[in-house]
Design a protein around this ligand. Sequence first.
Ligand code: FES
Length: 144
Amino acid sequence: MNRRTFLAKGCALCTAVTVGGAAVLLQSCAPLPTFETRIEYGMITVPVAAFGSTDRLLVNAAAFPYSIALVKDGPAGMLALLLRCTHADAQLAPEARGYSCRMHGSKFTAQGSVTRGPAARDLERLRTEVRDAHVYIHIPERTM
Ligand code: FES
């Protein structure tokens, strides 16, 4: 079972709700709620309501190879972190306090700072805009 299949079907205790036409999985077995969506016109749009009561949200877009961690950053700001390990491009796994790489063991904080190598660089931050109760994440063409 791959990650997307697990997120969609794997946990009997998980509950799916709809926010803005996309599914938000409220998972009792995963460290972060997950928002499933797609890229349109080079952007991902996430309703702020998808956060619920959490400060971090895992965003998966169809056909995009990496998850994105969307993190509330201060009263009005948002961080969008590409969960691609800066050591050798492996997908990172979210944890309660950050992200880890199962390939060689690198670890990152919830805000994307590297805390354990072999990765030497912080996670890539994607440009965001917050307006009209939505977060717009700009996806650079080189990452698609
Ligand atoms: S690819 Fe992540 S630590 Fe090597």
